[in-house]
Design a protein around this ligand. Sequence first.
Ligand code: ZN
Ligand code: ZN
Length: 343
Amino acid sequence: MTTARAATLYGPKDLRLVDRPLDELAPGFVRVRFAAGGICGSDMHYYSHGRIGNFVATAPLVLGHEVAGVVEAVGEGVTTVAPGARVAVNPSRWCGHCDRCREGRRNLCENIYFMGSASKTPHMQGGFATWFDALPEQCVPVPDAVPFEAAALAEPLAVCLHAVNRGNVAGKSVAVIGAGPIGLLTMLAAKRKGARETTMVDIAAAPLAFASRLGADRVVDLSADAGGLAAIPAPDVVIEASGSTKALASAIMAVRRGGTVVLLGSLPGGDIAAPINPVMAKELDLVGSFRFDTEFEEAVGLIASGAVDVMAIVTATRPLADVNAAFELALDRSQSVKVVLTA
Ligand SMILES: [Zn+2]
Ligand SMILES: [Zn+2]
């Protein structure tokens, strides 16, 4: 093993499988053999536009941050994981010593690196590669009975658990805008965290039908009725998971007085227009939700115990070798919810 075959983005719609040389495994690191990787909305943004929000890929970027695999080798000094371990890989590499890390919000680490993200330059390469290196702390063991495809989805589930934690959803009515994989997992996470009632909101019928089958108490199709959100009892919490400016406006207008709006989706970069006065007049809590902290381990536990069935959102698996076709399939919302790459 001297090279890894890696799905590398060179520009919008220019994703190539290239052989990248593997350095000798550094002390303190582990080498992971790729087994499964979820294609995320942010991967698709990079693929389509070369950027997501304010993060712009300025150099070739190996995509992928929802990955699971097998520890192939461990570097000098590694004692907590051993070769052969099946692991879900936490894509976050936080410093552990900055103020944010020390106050228990490691997702806000001043020095964080995140796999497959252009948030930092040089970019940290992602996990859609036959082999990649990680720190042992990033590798969370998964039981043999858990398929790698499910283990790979610990990352998006962690994102959603963090969002429902930020929204304090226990006992509340919760509306989620955007019935893509993140929206759907947010709905499942909200139920898990004791939400009283869940409403899924979207502008397309197919994802909403999927949401109903997955257990949403109510669905609202804004393409059929733009005012549909006004017709339901005002939710206590609205979680914006679509990344659309219009949806942010809808969330602020729809949430009850004194309610909470959670921004989970990546909105377009730069300045956007939104109705902000109601945040004051309705005394809204407008909170952001970015990645996750300890929710990653929690997500692995919920998947391993069967408490959250992440495989219910997987609509296709494709080999890493067919990564371009897999991305095109994932982009077609009429056919796909979640597409997972396999070895
Ligand atoms: Zn993701
Ligand atoms: Zn830090």
